[in-house]
Design a protein around this ligand. Structure first.
Ligand SMILES: [Zn+2]
Ligand SMILES: [Zn+2]
Length: 277
C-alpha cells in the first residue's frame, strides 16, 4: 500500500485535493483502493503551529531540525563520517504514521536516520542531538532516533522521552540507561560553539600565511626543465626542479646580463653629443 512517506508530499497533497474535491477534477490520477484507504486514514490536521512546520527532504519537520540537520550533515562530511548525505528515514508531523514510534513523531523534533554507528552517535550528541541507536526488534530497521536537545516542538510522547532523557534513561519501555555521551548541550548552543571552533582567528590566518611562505621558499618545487626538456634555471637538464632562492638568483643574473647588453647597445647607437658651436 502506498503511504504518505513513500511518495513526494506535494504529489500526495495533490492526490488528497483531488480525492476530497466536491466536484470531480478531470484527471489523471490512478488511485487504487489501497491509496484511497491510506488517504482516508491520514490525520485531518497536523499538530503544532504553521510557523513551526517546515517542508524538508520529502516530509515535514520543525524549524529546529531544518536548521540543525544540514549542519550535522556538513560536519559528518567534513569528518569523514558519511560519504554524501544523512539518510533520513522519518521526520515529524506524522500522527499515526509508524506504530512502533509510539507517537514520538506526531509533532516536531523527533527524527530517524541511518547514521547510528558509535562515532556518528557521538557526533550527533556533540552537536546537541539526543540520537540513540534503535534495534531490530522491536523496530523494523536499525536506526538512530532522537531530536535536537531543547526543541520546543515535541509531541506529548516526545516530551515523555525528553523527561526520560533528562533522567538518563533511553526512552523505551526498558527504561535502560542511555549509552554514550550524556548530558549534551542544547542544539543551537552546540551549533554556535562548533561554528566558533571551526572559524580561524586573524592570528591563525597570519600563522598559516607565514608557514606557506616558509614552505614555498624551502621547497624544491620550481620546475627547471620545460615540457620539451630544455633547462630553464640551471644548465643541468637532469635537475628537474630548483629551489626558489636558486631560481631567483639565476633569474637575477640573467636580467643583469640582459641589462648590460641593452646598455651597451644603447651606448653604441647614441651619436656623440654635437660639438658646441
Ligand atoms: Zn523515531
Ligand atoms: Zn523543533
Amino acid at each position: 500500500m502506498t503511504t504518505p512517506d513513500m511518495i513526494d508530499p506535494e504529489v500526495w497533497e495533490h492526490r488528497r485535493e483531488v480525492l476530497l474535491s466536491p466536484t470531480p477534477i478531470v484527471g489523471t490520477l490512478d488511485l487504487t483502493a489501497d491509496d484511497i484507504l491510506a488517504l482516508l486514514a491520514e490525520p485531518a490536521q497536523l499538530l503544532g503551529s504553521a510557523s513551526e512546520r517546515v517542508r524538508f527532504r520529502g516530509g515535514i519537520t520543525c524549524t529546529c531540525v531544518a536548521e540543525s540537520l544540514p549542519f550535522v550533515e556538513q560536519v559528518m562530511l567534513d569528518e569523514g563520517l558519511i560519504k554524501s548525505n544523512l539518510d533520513v528515514y522519518q521526520l515529524g508531523y506524522r500522527v499515526g504514521g509508524t506504530a512502533a514510534s509510539g507517537g514520538t513523531h506526531d509533532r516536531g523534533g523527533c527524527t530517524d536516520c541511518g547514521q547510528y554507528s558509535d562515532r556518528q552517535i557521538e557526533c550527533w550528541r556533540d552537536l546537541g542531538w539526543t540520537m540513540q541507536k534503535r534495534y531490530v526488534p522491536p523496530f523494523d530497521a536499525y536506526h538512530a532516533h532522537g531530536w535536537p536537545n531543547g526543541c520546543p516542538h515535541l509531541s506529548a510522547a516526545g516530551r515523555g522521552q525528553a523527561t526520560q532523557w533528562a533522567n538518563h534513561t533511553n526512552g523505551l519501555v526498558s527504561r535502560a540507561r542511555i549509552q554514550g555521551k550524556w548530558p549534551i548541550p542544547k542544539w543551537d548552543a552546540a551549533m554556535k560553539q562548533k561554528e566558533q571552533d571551526m572559524a580561524l582567528s586573524d592570528s591563525d590566518i597570519e600563522k598559516v600565511a607565514n608557514l606557506v611562505v616558509e614552505k614555498v621558499f624551502a621547497a624544491d618545487a620550481i620546475p627547471n626543465v620545460t615540457a620539451e626538456g630544455v633547462p630553464i634555471f640551471t644548465s643541468n637538464a637532469k635537475n628537474p626542479t630548483v629551489t626558489i632562492p636558486t631560481a631567483l638568483d639565476r633569474t637575477g643574473r640573467k636580467l643583469n646580463a640582459l641589462q648590460a647588453a641593452v646598455d651597451a647597445l644603447q651606448a653604441a647607437a647614441t651619436p656623440d653629443a654635437p660639438a658646441a658651436p
